[in-house]
Design a protein around this ligand. Structure first.
Ligand SMILES: Nc1ncnc2c1ncn2[C@@H]1O[C@H](COP(=O)(O)OP(=O)(O)OP(=O)(O)O)[C@@H](O)[C@H]1O
Length: 269
C-alpha cells in the first residue's frame, strides 16, 4: 500500500535526520514505529503525511509516486492523530470538528452527513455531538481526534502515542476501537513507546535509531532478544518478561500466558 525506498531527510543539511529508510506498509496491517526520543519517528510520519519532503528516495502509495506530494494531497489518503488532541481540535462543537475534513476535501452534503453519523457511532461519540471539544475529558478528546481523521475516509491512519495521559478505562476503550477499525480493513501505523501495546496489537514493528531502521519485523522476533531490545532503548513487554520468568515459551499477551499455563501441570491457574 505504502512503499518508502532509500529515503533521506535532513532539517538543516548538516545533520542527517533520516538515512536509508526503506519500508513497506501493507494493506490492512497494524504496524508500529518505535525508537528512543529523537530517533526520527515524528520526522518519518511527517514525511509520510507530505508535511515535509524527502531529500532523496521515493514514496509510492498504491503504486503511484507521491514522493513530492503536499500535505493537502496526502490528506485524501492518510489520517493523522496527534499525541496531544488539543493540537488538533479547534471547532466549537464535536459535529463541526468531524465534518471539517470532509468539507475541505469536497465531499457532498449528503456524504458529509453520512460520514458524521458513521464516525460518531464508530467512536461512541453520538451523545457528545453538540459538546464543545475543549470541555471534554482527555480520553474522549482523543477519540474525537480519531473520529475527525476517520471522517475523511483515509486508507491509512497514523496514531501518535494514542494512549499517553489516559486512564486505564479510556486506554482500553481506545485500543479496542483501534482493533475494531483494523478488523474493518483500516491500515494503522501506531507510534508508541508502549511495548505492551506493540506486543499485543502490531503485526510488524519498525525501530529507528539515529534516523536509521535498526529492526523491521515481527515484534516477537525482537522481544525474544532482550539484549537487542534494551540496546535499542526499548523495554521488554510485561507478558514477555513474565513468560520468561515462568519458564514458558515467549508470550506476547496476558491471554497467551494464561493459555500456555493451562498446559503446564506444575503451574496452577
Ligand atoms: N523542526 C526541526 N528542526 C530541526 N531539527 C529537528 C526538527 N524536528 C526534529 N528535529 C531533530 O530531528 C531529530 C529527530 O526528531 P524527531 O522528533 O523526529 O524524533 P522522535 O523519535 O519523534 O522523538 P520523540 O520520541 O521525542 O517524539 C532530533 O534530533 C530532533 O532534534
Amino acid at each position: 500500500m505504502l512503499k518508502l525506498k532509500d529515503i533521506a531527510f535532513s532539517y538543516d543539511r548538516k545533520h542527517k535526520t533520516l538515512t536509508d529508510i526503506s519500508l513497506t506498509i501493507r494493506q490492512g496491517e497494524i504496524i508500529a514505529l518505535a525508537g528512543r526520543n529523537g530517533s526520527g519517528k515524528t520526522t518519518l510520519t511527517r514525511l509520510i503525511m507530505g508535511l515535509i519532503n524527502a531529500d532523496a528516495g521515493s514514496i509510492k502509495m498504491n503504486g503511484q509516486d507521491v514522493t513530492n506530494c503536499q500535505a493537502a494531497d496526502m490528506a485524501k489518503h492518510i489520517g493523522y492523530v496527534f499525541q496531544n488532541p488539543d493540537r488538533q481540535l479547534f471547532a466549537s462543537t464535536v459535529r463541526e470538528e468531524i465534518i471539517y475534513g470532509p468539507m475541505q476535501l469536497g465531499f457532498t452534503k449528503k456524504e458529509i452527513e453520512l460520514q458524521l453519523e458513521v464516525v460518531l457511532e464508530a467512536t461512541d461519540l453520538t451523545a457528545f455531538a453538540e459538546w464543545a471539544p475543549q470541555t471534554l475529558p482527555r480520553g474522549i478528546k482523543q477519540r474525537l481526534s480519531i473520529a475527525s481523521a476517520l471522517a475523511a475516509q483515509p486508507q491509512l491512519l497514523i496514531l501518535d502515542e494514542p494512549t499517553t495521559g489516559q486512564d486505564c478505562r479510556e486506554r482500553t476503550k481506545l485500543l479496542r476501537l483501534m482493533r475494531k477499525l483494523n478488523l474493518e480493513g483500516l491500515t494503522i501505523l501506531i507510534v508508541s513507546h508502549d511495548m505492551d501495546i506493540i506486543a499485543e496489537h502490531a503485526k510488524t514493528m519498525i525501530v529507528l535509531e539515529n534516523g536509521k531502521i535498526k529492526f523491521n519485523g515481527a515484534p516477537k522476533e525482537l522481544f525474544a532478544n532482550e539484549k537487542k531490545t534494551v540496546e535499542l532503548g526499548l523495554e521488554v513487554p510485561e507478558a514477555v518478561r513474565i513468560s520468561h520468568d515462568l519458564g514458558l515459551d515467549i508470550c506476547m499477551t496476558p491471554a497467551d500466558i494464561y493459555q500456555k499455563m493451562q498446559g503446564r501441570r506444575d503451574l496452577h491457574v
